[in-house]
Design a protein around this ligand. Structure first.
Ligand SMILES: Cc1ncc(COP(=O)(O)O)c(C=O)c1O
Length: 387
């Protein structure tokens, strides 16, 4: 008879012996994982405090905020949002409820949460889509300025789920600020790159708010962080947390996040540089084999992602399924992320190998044969680096 632990073990074995290229996932260090399964997992805490027994948690909470301020060079930090999506709702609800919200087109890499019938519907906002390049997945500056000047959205959100290059924060923030709007940057995918100082620095470029998941390129527990240098923004965001968007803030998550901050303060720059180097190298290797990769003329990427150029949705789903048959885990966007393979210690040579395995699968080679090769490859990379 089966039980919960036997299924958990099967899952762990499966993911240990397959190769993960999903750019929104990562593997956690043993110490981060251990922090998740401590006594904190069953406790409550709040601000202002209602519960007794929380003195050490408050120390941890303050410590996590302090390390976040240090790592990202920011003044104010909100850790209450339980995930990137909740952070997006918190920011959008606070600044665009029943108003106008502009975001990157989901069909060109923007976060699907900003489709009309999702967060905008939830908060009664009218959505303005920023015109975005389908090849590079970055908002088009002149066309975006034109639409922002016309619509004057109270909140403009840059950043996205498919992100290859920095977004034009500097170019758009001045226009948004001229009429009193707020510019937020959704760094869910690139938080680890920003921490490693290798991508863009949205706050320095003029963003009022940066919010992000803490578990994609940033190798922390599933959760979120919101940052700003503006005390008024901090005050109003904080006032919309407890008993509006959250109650329990998952204390073990904040403890684990503190441990991942310590790791990123020490190894973040090295890790981020290697993720980008690997992504470029995976893109080049696939391109060399004739697999269509977006943004070829710009070196494929400046982030942890590369994206296959397959316009048809059904074809993309087929590719995802085909890759999984061969032991390579991806998503139906056929965007590949180097976050996990880099953390396992892989480099240029392995990127070339992975590109060949993908090519052979797409060319119709027996997936069982490729799966065996994937197993051999992953066996050599079981130790987690940069921690
Ligand atoms: C750009 C972006 N924002 C927000 C989210 C939601 O994050 P979470 O899964 O932490 O709720 C995602 C999810 O992948 C994302 O890609």
């Amino acid at each position: 008879m089966t039980d919960a632990w036997s299924i958990i073990r099967e899952h762990e074995k499966y993911r240990r012996t397959t190769l993960n290229l999903i750019p929104s996932e990562n593997i956690l260090s043993r110490r981060v994982l251990q922090a998740l399964s401590t006594d904190l997992a069953g406790r409550y805490a709040a601000r202002p405090e209602f519960y007794a027994g929380t003195r050490y948690f408050h120390e941890l909470w303050n410590y996590s905020e302090e390390l976040t301020r240090k790592l990202f060079n920011v003044e104010y930090v909100v850790l209450e949002a339980l995930s990137g999506h909740i952070a997006a709702i918190l920011v959008s609800y606070t600044f665009a409820k029943n108003k106008v919200l502009a975001a990157v087109e989901p069909s060109s890499g923007g976060y699907p949460g900003y489709c009309e019938d999702k967060i905008p519907d939830l908060i009664g906002a009218r959505l303005v889509k920023l015109p975005t390049s389908r090849e590079y997945l970055t908002p088009l500056v002149d066309a975006s300025i034109e639409i922002i000047e016309k619509e004057k959205p109270e909140l403009v959100v840059l950043g996205g789920s498919m992100i290859l290059f920095p977004h034009p924060v500097r170019e758009l923030s001045e226009i948004v600020h001229e009429y009193g709007g707020i510019l937020a940057y959704d760094a869910s995918h690139v938080l680890g790159l920003i921490a490693g100082k290798t991508f863009q620095d949205p706050i320095r470029e003029g963003a009022d708010i940066v919010y992000a998941s803490t578990h994609k390129t940033f190798p922390g527990p599933q959760g979120a962080v919101i940052m700003t240098n503006n005390p008024e923004i901090y005050k109003i965001l904080s006032s919309n947390t407890f008993h509006k968007l959250v109650d329990n803030i998952h204390l073990n998550r904040i403890a684990a996040y503190a441990v991942s901050l310590e790791e990123m303060l020490r190894w973040g720059e090295k890790y981020a540089r290697k993720m980008i180097e690997n992504a470029k190298s995976l893109g080049a290797s696939l391109d060399k084999l004739g697999v269509p990769v977006k943004a070829r003329d710009r070196g494929y990427t400046e982030s942890h992602q590369i994206i296959l150029d397959i316009p048809d949705e059904e074809a993309r789903i087929n590719v995802r399924n085909r890759l999984e048959e061969g032991g390579i885990i991806a998503d139906a966007g056929v965007r590949f992320g180097t976050n996990e393979v880099t953390r396992r210690g892989m480099g240029k040579r392995e990127m070339e190998k992975i590109a060949k395995l993908i090519y052979r699968l797409l060319e119709g080679e027996d997936p069982a044969k490729i799966k065996k090769e994937v197993k051999i490859l992953t066996k050599k990379f079981q130790n987690i680096k940069y921690c």
